[in-house]
Design a protein. Structure first.
Length: 343
């Protein structure tokens, strides 16, 4: 049980350090506490908090700074939440509602908002679904020999590509394309769409096989893209202003550049069964992120699709502002996805 005075001292040291990055000594604490206490008494109290693992001392004669463990205690027991204003809540909801019908764009918009409002790195990850399949395909003429190919999957993924076609895009060509798509592609898992499947279209296309081949090849590429996990980062340069990371920021950015690691982390968290979590310091499951605070949420939407969304910053962040802000953005995304894009 930590006494009220010790809690007051711990709270003052943490909030001072979060704002300034500077240690706090006993003399400064004497001036800030609302009651009279000697410097010797405060030093004893700080020594006790250090034994508990909540305070650290960089140098023998220096003041104390909070440990990573103290941030968790602060968030769970001491922090005063700074809720978003009605204006900011309305702005966030409006921005996220624009692409509410397109989950991937919605997640990307949310990652941008997380980076802007928290001044940290925002990320989103659409996790691959091996059972996702083609729901519909459209071929839209865009000139004499160009067309826009648009594909929609059962998992609400929308992919498009502008392609060149070696002939005029007439009604006969479009009818032939839709016939091939209907027979061979609709309902086919994305991972099963390959060149072998395209070769089967030769019997249907017959003498127009070379006219239809560029379209089907492009469709294969769209399916391959849609079948893979997709990770986006927003606001990576924000981490450069997090002084607490020091030179480790470059190692962190190098680690994050290998997106497979973060994709693996997102998959791992999604399978854990937890809806959301905040990892502070050593709580992070990835060694390279032991000096960061990570907030992550996972979402289920559409036809059992899974995605992760969150932010990464140093351990010395403005928790009282960032946590309510991140929660509002994450909850808004969850509501929009659960409604299937309806506003």
């Amino acid at each position: 049980m930590i006494s009220e005075r010790r809690l007051a001292i711990l709270n003052l040291i943490i909030e001072h350090y979060l704002k300034t990055g500077e240690p706090m000594g006993s003399k400064t604490l004497c001036q800030l506490l609302p009651y009279s206490v000697s410097s010797a008494t405060i030093r004893n109290e700080m020594a006790y908090l250090s034994e508990l693992g909540y305070l650290e001392q960089r140098h023998t004669s220096a003041g104390r700074i909070p440990s990573k463990a103290s941030y968790r205690y602060y968030v769970d027991n001491l922090m005063d939440r700074k809720e978003l204003s009605a204006y900011d809540k309305n702005r966030i909801t409006q921005i996220l509602s624009v692409n509410a019908g397109d989950p991937e764009r919605l997640l990307s918009d949310a990652a941008k908002l997380l980076s802007q409002y928290t001044h940290c790195l925002g990320f989103c990850c659409a996790i691959e679904d091996p059972l996702d399949c083609i729901q519909g395909v459209d071929l839209i003429p865009a000139g004499k020999s160009k067309a826009m190919l648009v594909m929609l999957t059962v998992g609400s993924k929308i992919k498009s590509s502008l392609i060149n076609i070696p002939c005029r895009i007439d009604d006969d060509l479009r009818y032939l394309f839709y016939e091939i798509v209907k027979r061979l592609f609709i309902g086919t898992p994305l991972t099963d769409v390959n060149l072998a499947l395209v070769q089967r279209s030769v019997l249907i296309a017959k003498d127009r096989v070379f006219d239809i081949l560029p379209i089907l090849t492009s469709l294969c590429s769209l399916c391959e893209e849609a079948s893979q996990s997709k990770l986006n980062f927003e606001g990576e340069t924000n981490l450069l202003s997090h002084e607490e990371l020091g030179t480790d920021v470059y190692r962190l950015l190098s680690f994050l550049a290998d997106k497979e690691q973060m994709i693996g982390f997102s998959k791992f968290f999604a399978k854990s069964g937890r809806k959301s979590a905040m990892f502070i310091g050593d709580e992070n499951p990835l060694f390279e992120m032991k000096n960061t605070t990570t907030i992550i949420s996972t979402f289920k939407y559409g036809n059992n699709q899974t995605a992760a969304l969150g932010m990464i910053g140093s351990t010395r962040i403005n928790y009282e502002h960032i946590i309510p802000c991140a929660e509002y953005i994450l909850n808004t995304v969850d509501n929009l996805l659960s409604k299937g894009g309806t506003k």
